[in-house]
Write a protein of this length. Structure first.
Length: 408
């Protein structure tokens, strides 16, 4: 049945809106009228106007953005309902009714309609890649094929929770350094734009030769003051040019290779990617996804083209009969410990468990690296800002001290 979005007035005269499926617009109006709702506008599908006046009016989009946390909660609830023996369509109906975010409610309504029409859950989910990734869809497909959909959904929930936790830690670790950097730049710009010009005017009236550090400081201040209207658009154009280059195929490849070589940050990027690779591959294999298909899926979540290239090469070699560990080891991008543990897992027939161990070990290393980086960056940013201010104060005070000595 089609899915409709409506606006109307209840018996108390208050505005109401919602999403319902019905055989037709008239059937929906009759149903809502029985509930005491007078319908003023009705929209079908993704917001195309089908009723009232013929004007092209889009349904008001929900202000709330559907987040990864919402998908994780939805997945956990679906797993619980299916484990309890509730049929899939009824479970989707319950989830649709309890969801508050309109965009997610509309998505679930469409999924429920397709499942009710005979489509598999995986195929219905694949029509909404904005919320359900290729990884998600393929795991659900494997769960449906094996008859263990509730187990697979529970694994998906754990995977999504781990992704959310990792993302939160990385973002949390970067907030303070970025904030300190912004504050430092603003402070220095204020000093160069307003403080230094007023102070240097005193030195210029004296006619004395200035120390080189003071002359450099004054030159920088005058340059910024005279050319700020050029520097700003040039900076924006340079940033836009870099962003455009980085989004090209060649630029992305070169940048991703460079990132992996950056001290500290490069090792963090590598550890996050390895943790994602091992954890996701283990989850896919445990869910019944074939190895080659799992490798094809997992390469898309690494976030680095160089590592994607390594996984694709490994996938080709695996198709030709080679093990997983050997091509990963030859690439030089995966640490020996990782390839050794994978090789042991392949030989012992416990690849999934060994990949779980790798994911756990690198998750712990990632957490430790983030904590260490945060502890190091905080004092470094403070010291750097303090040194910059100290150099400026020294450059200003030095000619004043020289002037006092001359007077004496």
């Amino acid at each position: 049945m089609p899915v409709y979005e409506y606006k109307g007035l209840n018996r108390a005269g208050k505005n109401v809106k919602g999403i319902e499926d019905a055989e037709s617009q008239n059937a929906l109006r009759q149903r809502l009228q029985g509930k005491g709702i007078f319908v003023t506008d009705v929209y079908e599908g993704q917001g195309a106007r089908v009723g009232g006046g013929g004007r092209d009016v889009s349904f008001q989009k929900a202000l709330e953005r559907v987040s990864l946390s919402d998908i994780a909660v939805l997945t956990r609830q679906m797993a619980t309902l299916i484990r309890a023996g509730i049929p899939l369509v009824e479970a989707l109906t319950a989830l649709t009714e309890q969801t508050e975010k309109e965009e997610l409610k509309r998505t679930l309504s469409n999924i429920r309609r397709k499942v009710n029409e005979g489509s598999s859950l995986a195929n219905a989910l694949s029509d909404h890649p904005k919320y359900f990734t290729n990884l998600y869809v393929n795991m659900v497909k494997a769960g449906e094929s094996s008859g263990n959909l509730d187990v697979v959904l529970a694994k998906l929930t754990d995977f999504l929770d781990a992704q959310i936790e990792l993302r939160g830690k990385v973002i949390g670790a970067m907030i303070y350094p970025i904030l300190m950097m912004v504050v430092g730049i603003v402070v220095l710009l204020i000093i160069f734009a307003f403080v230094i010009p007023k102070v240097t005017a005193i030195f210029q009236d004296q006619g004395e030769a200035l120390p080189w550090i003071t002359a450099v400081l004054i030159g920088m201040s005058e340059f910024l003051g005279n050319w700020w209207f050029v520097l700003m658009p040039v900076s924006v154009m340079a940033a836009a040019g870099f962003w455009h280059w980085k989004n090209t195929t060649s630029g992305t490849d070169k940048w991703d290779r460079f990132i992996l070589t950056v001290p500290i940050f490069g090792s963090l990027v590598r550890m996050v990617a390895i943790s994602r690779f091992a954890g996701t591959l283990s989850t896919l294999l445990a869910s019944g996804v074939p190895l080659l298909k799992a490798m094809d899926i997992v390469k898309n979540i690494l976030g680095n083209t160089r590592l994607v290239e390594v996984i694709e090469d490994a996938r080709v070699n695996i198709r030709e009969g080679e093990s997983i560990a050997q091509p990963l080891k030859r690439s030089g991008e995966f640490p020996p410990l990782v390839t050794h543990m994978i090789a042991v897992g392949e030989q012992s027939g416990q690849l999934e468990e060994m990949l779980d161990n790798v994911a756990l070990a690198y998750k712990q290393q990632t957490d430790l690296q983030i904590q260490t980086m945060t502890k190091v960056l905080e004092p470094l940013m403070i010291v750097a800002l303090g040194l910059a201010v100290a150099v400026i104060v020294f450059a200003i005070m030095l000619p004043i001290l020289q002037l006092n000595q001359t007077v004496m």
